[in-house]
Design a protein around this ligand. Structure first.
Ligand SMILES: *Cc1c(COP(=O)(O)O)cnc(C)c1O
Length: 362
């Protein structure tokens, strides 16, 4: 079957080079070869996230670490900042972990703002909060620096941040942000296959985790720290992913971080321009649009053009590209196009041409 190129917001297209690395001959995860591999990657990850903390590799999808953060760090009550399908779900997951949890819900399409978070934290009820940097379901990027700046006012509160669909595509300075957990899955902006997550914890988060009695084993942050100090993971990792990550980090630093961020801004602007050219507007509140994907308004909000999304998807798929038809309650009234990962101005052109051709038939 002919391959349909992925322009959905995860998983995204994986390069031949990455696949070759992924398929490296297997090594033992307690042997020197693996330790050398992790030791080579560690400073690259630290540079990427601008941190002196050890960066952890978890064989799980992002949700494993998202749930793990709740189990390691919530003793009293967690504030779940909610602005779309993934951030809303985190509230549900907190409750499923048996934790006291409260939503801070804003309408889908709007970002989380520091002022609203501040009002909630001022009640003194919470010892943790969750926030999603780039809410993939709505294409909204919340102002993470603004939210993180509250940490200084509430040092006891654990700030848990999901940057699943933005990490490596936009600058993230973990230590300067002062937050406690930052995590991502590999199948989004890293453009690796799904199945591994990357995360980093503050010293305060690790200290707090050590006091959590029901944190379990598989996602025990203290175990991750102990093992990372020896260039290992707590349990057998997906070693193929670690090879692939090593290859990708080499790519990232060969390109240069600034060039990588600029490339994502540019390819994202190309999609926004395409939408505008066809009379669409975007779903996110102006000024809070994601830089890694575009969530096009197709009737979810007033204004702009609407089309038959399943038909658009089919017309584009027939030309070899997969786009997303909207997520959760905005399925069909929005559609999403990803520019994250390895996409370049050149590689975006055929997709946009296919979308143009499809629009002529709608
Ligand atoms: C994709 C995504 C997730 C879920 O990741 P999994 O790897 O499927 O567990 C969580 N948060 C955001 C923002 C995402 O985009």
């Amino acid at each position: 079957m002919a391959h349909v190129k992925l322009h959905i917001p995860g998983p995204v297209e994986v390069s031949e080079k990455t696949f070759r690395a992924f398929c490296s001959p297997m090594i033992g995860h307690r042997g020197q070869g693996f330790k050398d591999l992790y030791a080579k990657i560690q400073p690259q990850l630290q540079r990427l996230l601008d941190t002196r903390q050890l960066v952890f590799i978890s064989t799980s999808s992002a949700w494993g670490v998202m749930e793990g953060a709740i189990r390691n760090l919530v003793a009293k009550k967690v504030l779940n900042c909610m602005c779309g399908a993934f951030s809303d779900k985190w509230y549900d997951v907190s409750k499923r972990c048996g934790k006291e949890a409260e939503p801070l819900q804003v309408p889908w399409g709007s970002p989380i703002r520091a002022e609203a978070v501040d009002r909630k934290l001022a009640t003194g009820q919470y010892d943790a909060l969750t926030v999603i940097h780039n809410e993939t379901s709505t294409g909204v990027m919340s102002p993470i620096e603004e939210i993180a700046s509250l940490k200084a006012k509430y040092p006891e509160v654990m700030f848990i941040v999901d940057s699943v669909s933005a990490m490596s595509a936009v600058p993230l300075h973990f230590d300067a942000l002062g937050i406690d957990v930052l995590l991502a899955g590999t199948q989004k902006a890293f453009a690796l296959p799904p199945g591994t997550a990357i995360f980093v914890c503050s010293p305060a988060a690790l200290a707090k985790a050590a006091t959590a009695r029901d944190r379990g084993y598989y996602f025990d942050f203290v175990e991750f720290q102990k093992n990372a100090e020896q260039n290992m993971t707590p349990s057998t990792p997906s070693i193929g992913h670690v090879f692939a990550l090593s290859s990708k980090l080499d790519d990232i630093f060969a390109e240069g971080l600034e060039a990588r961020y600029a490339r994502h801004r540019k390819t994202n602007q190309m999609v926004r321009d395409w939408a505008a050219r066809h009379g669409f507007n975007l779903f996110p509140d102006p000024g809070f649009e994601s830089l890694t994907l575009t969530c096009v308004n197709n009737g979810a909000k007033p204004g702009g053009r609407t089309v038959d999304v399943p038909k658009l998807q089919k017309l584009v798929k027939d030309q070899g590209f997969l786009i997303d038809g909207g997520y959760g309650k905005i399925k069909g009234t929005t559609f999403r196009i990803s520019n994250m990962g390895d996409e370049t101005e050149e590689s975006m052109q055929p997709l946009l041409a296919a979308l143009d051709a499809a629009m002529k038939q709608l």
